[in-house]
Design a protein around this ligand. Structure first.
Ligand code: TK8
Length: 339
């Protein structure tokens, strides 16, 4: 009897002691962050995702852990955006173009021939205009941290070299799931088909589509050169990527945790832009080495395309709002005047 009572007391005492320990164990269990992206691990996107993951882990002393999951294993951009909004996934990086269905102001970045160089891109994205566009996300259940560079987009296809606008006639061209891209390429005469990036390689391989458009880096890292003969340097639009957080999840973080994520995102942005630009500078030579036939779109043809797209530009301005459109144009005018 005595023995039983003593052991009961011991059990109760152990339970009392165990409770706070269990709570502590909960506290030190790291926060797991699933960070999804669409390209391969061996791409500019994959490398920067790793830099972000390492920076978060280091700054949090291991209390926050980022699992970077590439190759659209968590789904294409559009699906991940929904998972973030619902709180089923914490973070992602993807194209601003696929976000337009959620935040119409993102279409500003889809304006053909809007930006002339990466200096203009950095100034606009990191300045007032880029931040104003990003500020539209929280009301939709998303938080934007930084813009990364996807880059200037160029055209590839398996049918013929594109040296003038008319060469696009009848080319079945995959575009991102975005009305501006769809409209632009239809206006230029291509048979544009929207499709998630994750389906693109096999669609090119099976000739479901003849061509696509993406920066040099992606044409290289996604091995499109294996299934595309012709590359035309068009630089028809500058595409940003955006690092997104689920707002539902973000709101449950402490201020310190939010700062760790924002700081790590800033660090990843510097790394990513430098890495992307270095890779892009030599990618064209690499693609030539892989057997692609490359030509530059003559400036006069780019001009013709620009003129043809005036109507599309007008509809972008109307959709994103005149104030934003004029702010962007105003900042560009100033930049170009060297102010
Ligand atoms: C990757 C995409 C890709 C984009 C596209 O998920 O879809 O063509 O350029 O980078 O976001």
């Amino acid at each position: 009897m005595k023995f039983i009572r003593r052991s009961l007391i011991a059990t109760a005492a152990a339970a009392l002691l165990a409770a706070p320990f269990a709570a502590m164990a909960q506290d030190i269990k790291p926060r797991l962050i699933r960070f999804g992206y669409g390209l391969n691990e061996a791409s500019n996107q994959g490398r920067a995702a790793k830099v972000f993951a390492d920076a978060v882990e280091k700054a949090s002393g291991g209390k926050m852990k980022v699992r970077a999951i590439g190759a659209a294993a968590l789904g294409p951009d559009v699906q991940m955006q929904q998972a973030l909004i619902g709180g089923a996934q914490e973070m992602m990086v993807g194209s601003t173009a696929t976000l337009v269905g959620i935040t119409k102001e993102m279409a500003l970045w889809d304006t053909p021939f809007l930006l002339n160089n990466v200096k203009e891109a950095d100034a606009l994205l990191d300045g007032k205009v880029g931040q104003a566009v990003m500020a539209k996300l929280p009301e939709k259940g998303l938080v934007g941290l930084v813009y990364w560079e996807n880059g200037f987009r160029n055209l590839t296809n398996s049918k013929r070299p594109v040296t003038k606008m008319e060469d696009l006639d009848g080319i079945k061209l995959r575009v991102m799931q975005n009305n501006v891209f769809l409209d632009s390429f239809k206006t230029l005469g291509a048979n544009a088909v929207p499709m998630p990036f994750s389906e693109l390689f096999s669609a090119l391989e099976t000739k479901t589509v003849d061509g696509q458009e993406n920066p040099f880096n992606t044409i290289l890292s996604s091995k499109f050169f294996e299934v595309q003969k012709y590359l035309t340097v068009t630089n028809h639009v500058y595409s940003p990527w955006i690092v997104l957080v689920s707002k539902k999840w973000w709101d449950g973080l402490s201020k310190d945790e939010q700062k760790i994520l924002q700081d790590a995102a800033n660090e990843s942005r510097s790394f990513e832009r430098k890495d992307t630009r270095e890779e892009a500078a030599k990618a064209l030579g690499d693609l030539k080495g892989k057997g692609m036939q490359i030509n530059e779109l003559p400036a006069a043809e780019a001009g013709r395309m620009r003129d043809k797209l005036t109507r599309v530009n007008a509809s972008i301005a109307a959709n994103v709002g005149m104030e934003l459109w004029q702010d962007a144009q105003g900042q560009l005018t100033k930049l170009r005047a060297g102010k």
